[in-house]
Ligand binder design. Structure first.
Ligand code: RB5
Length: 155
């Protein structure tokens, strides 16, 4: 498995911990975030990771800022991206099983390192269940693709 990881200045230490955690499991990690505590605009990392995921160059992405919110909003502006902010493993697991989230996001000011590792693993190790969930994810992508939803707006 190959994952891209990105972060802003609020999440440098946690990013390195997560990278080590992933590498210890044999995951290849592409780091496109900042490695220093200098102010760094989170949309840059969100966009870079999202582009790699959308292009299929990696199997998924991990994004970390102070809360996980700003960086997820940036990533979700890239077509094909479903970035989910999660603060606990249950939601992280379901974000893959039901929503096919291709990027997991969390906040370094919200979760500690051990919980963050559990969140990443719950998402990474889960599989999309398809079926009725595929129909709903398809509707999300229809909104992205067309700006409309046939079920609401008509054909
Ligand atoms: C940076 O101070 C902070 O705004 C950022 O890390 C993130 O929490 C934004 O959503």
């Amino acid at each position: 498995m190959k994952l891209a990881i990105g972060n802003d200045h609020a999440a440098v230490d946690l990013k390195f911990e997560i990278m080590e955690h992933l590498k210890s499991q044999g995951v290849e990690v592409v780091n496109v975030g900042t490695d220093t505590n200098e102010r760094f605009n989170y949309p840059v990392a969100g966009y870079k990771v999202a582009k790699l995921v959308a292009a299929g160059e990696v199997d998924g992405g991990v994004l970390i800022c102070g809360t996980g919110v700003g960086i997820s909003l940036a990533a979700n502006k890239v077509k094909g991206i479903r970035a989910a902010v999660c603060s606990e493993p249950y939601t992280a697991q379901l974000s893959k099983q039901h929503n096919n989230a291709n990027i997991i996001c969390f906040g370094a000011r919200v979760v500690g390192p051990d919980l963050a590792k559990m969140i990443v693993d719950a998402w990474k190790d889960a599989e999309f269940q398809g079926g009725r969930h595929a129909e709903r994810v398809g509707m999300i992508m229809e909104i992205e693709r067309t700006g409309k939803l046939a079920e609401v707006d008509g054909e």
